[in-house]
Design a protein around this ligand. Sequence first.
Ligand SMILES: *[C@@H]1O[C@H](CO)[C@@H](O)[C@H](O)[C@H]1NC(C)=O
Ligand SMILES: *[C@@H]1O[C@H](CO)[C@@H](O)[C@H](O)[C@H]1NC(C)=O
Ligand SMILES: *[C@@H]1O[C@H](CO)[C@@H](O)[C@H](O)[C@H]1NC(C)=O
Ligand SMILES: *[C@@H]1O[C@H](CO)[C@@H](O)[C@H](O)[C@H]1NC(C)=O
Ligand SMILES: *[C@@H]1O[C@H](CO)[C@@H](O)[C@H](O)[C@H]1NC(C)=O
Ligand SMILES: *[C@@H]1O[C@H](CO)[C@@H](O)[C@H](O)[C@H]1NC(C)=O
Ligand SMILES: *[C@@H]1O[C@H](CO)[C@@H](O)[C@H](O)[C@H]1NC(C)=O
Ligand SMILES: *[C@@H]1O[C@H](CO)[C@@H](O)[C@H](O)[C@H]1NC(C)=O
Ligand SMILES: *[C@@H]1O[C@H](CO)[C@@H](O)[C@H](O)[C@H]1NC(C)=O
Ligand SMILES: *[C@@H]1O[C@H](CO)[C@@H](O)[C@H](O)[C@H]1NC(C)=O
Length: 834
Amino acid sequence: MDSRNSWTIFFLLHSFLFVAFSGQDGFLSLSCGGTTSFNDSSNISWFSDTPYITTGKTTTINYNDGSLSTNVSARFFPHSKRRACYRIPMSNATSLILVRAKFVYKNYDGLGKPPIFYVSLGTAIAAKINLARKDPWIEEFLWEVNKDTLACCLNSIPSGGSPIISLLEIRPLPKGSYIKGKENFPNKLLRMSYRVDCGHINESIRYPMDPYDRIWNSDRSFIPFHATSGFKIKNSFNQSNIFEKPPAPVLQTGRVLARRNIMAYNLPLEGLGDYYIILYFAGILPVFPSFDVFINGDLVKSNYTIKRSEISALYVTKKRISSLNITLRSINFYPQINAFEVYNMVDIPPEASSTTVSAMQVIQQSTGLDLGWQDDPCSPFPWDHIHCEGNLVISLALSDINLRSISPTFGDLLDLKTLDLHNTSLAGEIQNLGSLQSLAKLNLSFNQLTSFGEELENLISLQILDLRDNSLRGVVPDNLGELEDLHLLNLENNKLQGPLPQSLNKDTIEIRTSGNLCLTFSTTTCDDASSNPPIVEPQLIIIPKKKNHGQNHLPIILGTIGGATFTIFLICISVYIYNSKIRYRASHTTREETDMRNWGAEKVFTYKEIKVATSNFKEIIGRGGFGSVYLGKLPNGKSVAVKVRFDKSQLGVDSFINEIHLLSKIRHQNLVSLEGFCHEAKHQILVYEYLPGGSLADHLYGANSHKTPLSWIRRLKIAVDAAKGLDYLHNGSEPRIIHRDVKCSNILLDMDLNAKVCDFGLSKQVTKADATHVTTVVKGTAGYLDPEYYSTQQLTEKSDVYSFGVVLLELICGREPLIHSGTPDSFNLVLWVT
Ligand SMILES: *[C@@H]1O[C@H](CO)[C@@H](O)[C@H](O)[C@H]1NC(C)=O
Ligand SMILES: *[C@@H]1O[C@H](CO)[C@@H](O)[C@H](O)[C@H]1NC(C)=O
Ligand SMILES: *[C@@H]1O[C@H](CO)[C@@H](O)[C@H](O)[C@H]1NC(C)=O
Ligand SMILES: *[C@@H]1O[C@H](CO)[C@@H](O)[C@H](O)[C@H]1NC(C)=O
Ligand SMILES: *[C@@H]1O[C@H](CO)[C@@H](O)[C@H](O)[C@H]1NC(C)=O
Ligand SMILES: *[C@@H]1O[C@H](CO)[C@@H](O)[C@H](O)[C@H]1NC(C)=O
Ligand SMILES: *[C@@H]1O[C@H](CO)[C@@H](O)[C@H](O)[C@H]1NC(C)=O
Ligand SMILES: *[C@@H]1O[C@H](CO)[C@@H](O)[C@H](O)[C@H]1NC(C)=O
Ligand SMILES: *[C@@H]1O[C@H](CO)[C@@H](O)[C@H](O)[C@H]1NC(C)=O
Ligand SMILES: *[C@@H]1O[C@H](CO)[C@@H](O)[C@H](O)[C@H]1NC(C)=O
C-alpha cells in the first residue's frame, strides 16, 4: 500500500447488502392541482390534492427540463391576501416526517412575473420562495409532528404575485433520527440546505434506493477540482448505531483524497442562520484513516478515525454562519467522507393558547364575515385586524362592521392591550370586558352605547378610553376614578349630564366633554347651564338595580301622580338608602379588618403589594374561567402564584371571606396551601404557594412531555399523592369539601415531583355531617364530569372519585380525556377505554 495511486482502484469487499423496503408506509404524494391518480416510474402512487385544500385554481404547466418536455400540474392562489393551507392529517402523533414541496412557475400565465411568497409549516415560517431566482424550486423540511393535523401554507406577500405549488410529499423518517447533537436547539424545524452523497457522480439517489425517499445529490459541484474522484465500494455495514439510516448505495461511495492531506467542501448558505450538520463515514477501505475535522476553521473533532466495516457519524451545530467550510486534515492515511447533510434550524414559534384561538373563531363567526382567521392567530403571520407579541394577541381592531353587542368571548382575550370596536353598531351597556386586566386602550367610539355598565373599573391597566359619539345617558360613574393609569377619557357627543365625579378631578386625566348636555366638575355652573328640570338625580340613585324596565316606567309614574310631595318622598328614600349603603360599607370594612387580624398565618396583602410582587401582573402562569394566575415574588424572596378573580367569578364579600376562612384551615402535604389574600375595592386575589414543577397536564401533554416522559413509578407516586389530597378534602377536613374540578391541570408538582391538588375555587363544602349530597349547578371540566352528577345535579364525593378515575386513565394512557378528532369512540377517553 505504498503507492498512493493504488487508492483509485475499487475495493470489492464482502457481499452487497441491500435491505429491500416493501411498500410505501406512510407516504403521501400529492400532485397539486392534479385530477387523477397515477404511479410514477419508482412506483410511488400520486394523488390529487383536492381532499386537503379547498381554495385556489388549477393549471398544467409544460416546460423543458433539460431536453425533456415535462407536464406538471399546479395549484395557484390569485388575489390572495392571506395564507392558503393544505391540512394534512397526521396518523402518528409523535414522529418525524419529511415534507417536500416543489414549486414551478415557468411563465405559465404569460405575465413573466415569477411570484415570491412564504411557505409555512404549523406556526413556523419555513422558507421564502422566490421563483425569479430558481425555477423549479424544491424545498425539503424535517418536521416533528406535534398535532393531528399539519397545516402547510403558502403565504402571499404584497405585490409578490400568486403563490403556486406543484408537488407536496410527506415521508415518515426513522424513529430517533435527526435529534443527536442538537439537544440544545429544541423546537426547531429543519430546512434542508444540502444532502450530499460524496463521490457519487450520476443523478440523485432516492426511493426505492433510500426507503425514506430522501434525495441524495452528487457532490460534483461542491468539491474543488483537485480532489480525486469517488470510490464505489461494495460492503455490508452494521447500521444499528446510526438512527438516520443513510442507505447503503449512498455509503458505498465515498470521497478519498489521495494526493494532498487536506480535503475541503465549500458550501454557500442562504443567509445567516443556525445550522445542523451531519457527516457520515463508512469503513469501506481496508485501513483506518484518521484525520482532524474542521468546520469553518474550528476544530470539531481531532484524530477522527474510521474503523473498517463500521459506519459512524459526526453531529455538529453551528450558530450564526452564512457559509460552510468542511475541512478534513489527514493524520493517518487520507481524509475520507461518504455523505453529509446540512440543515438550517428554523424557529417554531409557540402557539397561541387554545382559549384565544377558540375565542377568535367565535368572534369571527359573530361578525358574519370570513376574515380569513384560521389556525394560529399570531404565527406564522398575524391575521388581519390583529397584532401579537410572541404568541399573545395584544391588539384587536374590528370596525365599520355590524357587531351589535360585545359578546362574552371578548373577555377571553386576556392579553389584549388595545381593543378598537369603533363604529360597530354596539348598543346597550359596555359589558363582558371586565377580565381584560392588561387592556390599556379601549376605543368604543361611534356606537350607540347607552350605559357604562359595571365592569370598566376592573380594567386596571386602562389608559385611554374613547367613548365619543355614543348615546351614553345619565351621570359619569364615580368608579372610573379608581383607574389609576387612566389619562384620556373622551366623552364627546353623548347625552351625559350632571357633575363629573370628583374622583376624576386629577391633573393626570384629560377629559373631553364637549357635545353633552352638561358635564363639568362644578355643580353650580351645571345648574346654570342646564335647562332641564332638576328632578332627574334621585331617579338614578334609586332605580339602578331594577335594570331597564323600572327606569322607563318611572317618568310615567311621576307624570301620573304628579305631586311634588311624592318627589320629595322619593328623594328622602334615596338619601336614606344611599346613606345606609355608605354606613354598611364603613362598618363592613372595619369588621373585615378585625376578622383579618384573627387569621393566623395568612397574610393580608394590599393591592399595591400584589402589584409589586407580580411586577404589575407581568407573567401569566395559568388561566381559566376564574381569571388569571400570575407569578409573583414576595419581598422575602419566596415565589407565589397570585390568582386574580375577575368579575364573573367573584363572590360576594361574605362568601369570599368564608372561602378564605375555609382555605386557611386546610393544611395538608398534598394540597396547595394559601399564603395570603388581598381584598380591596373590587379585587379578590388569592396568593398561593408556587409549585415550580408545573401541572401534571404539562408533564403529560406539554412541550417537553415527549422528551422526558414521566416514569411509571413517578406516575404511581403522583396518583397516590393526589388521592391522599382528595381523601383529606373528603374525610379529613372539617367541613368536608368536594373539589368539583379534579383534573390533570389541577394537580401541581413541586421541584421533586411531589404532587399537590390545587384550585378548590369551585369547592363546595358539605357543612352538615349527615348531608350526603348537595344540589348544585353542574360545574367542572368536560371530559371529567361524572355522568350521574350531570344528570341528577346532586353532588357527592363520588363525583370527585369519577374525575380522579379519568386522571388515572390519563396517567396510564398518556392521552387527554377529549380529543377533537377521530371517531366518537376514540374521541372520549372513557368511552375509548371501555
Ligand atoms: C399503483 O400501484 C398500486 C400498487 O403499488 C396499484 O394498486 C394501483 O392500482 C396503481 N395505480 C395506478 C393508477 O396504476
Ligand atoms: C412497479 O410495480 C409493477 C407491478 O406492481 C412492477 O411490475 C414494476 O416492476 C414496478 N416497477 C418498479 C420500478 O419497481
Ligand atoms: C403535455 O401536454 C400536452 C397537452 O396538454 C401534450 O400535447 C403533451 O404531449 C404533454 N407532454 C407530456 C410529456 O406528457
Ligand atoms: C408510527 O411511527 C412508528 C415509528 O416512528 C412506526 O413504527 C409506526 O408504524 C407508525 N404508525 C403509523 C400508523 O404510521
Ligand atoms: C452512472 O450511470 C451510467 C449510466 O447512466 C452507468 O453506466 C454508470 O455505471 C453509473 N455510474 C455510477 C458510479 O453509478
Ligand atoms: C451492530 O453493532 C452493535 C453495537 O454498535 C452490536 O450490538 C450489534 O450486535 C451489531 N450488529 C451486527 C449485526 O453486527
Ligand atoms: C476552509 O478552511 C480551511 C481550514 O479550515 C482553509 O484552509 C481553507 O482556505 C478554507 N476555504 C475557504 C474557501 O475558506
Ligand atoms: C489517533 O487515534 C488513534 C486511535 O484512535 C491512535 O492510535 C493514534 O495514536 C492517534 N494519533 C494521534 C496523532 O493522536
Ligand atoms: C361606519 O361604518 C359604515 C360601514 O359599515 C360606514 O359606511 C361609515 O362611514 C362608518 N362611519 C364612520 C364614522 O366611520
Ligand atoms: C378611536 O377611533 C376613532 C375612529 O377611527 C378615531 O378617530 C379615534 O382617534 C380613536 N381614538 C383613539 C384614542 O385612538
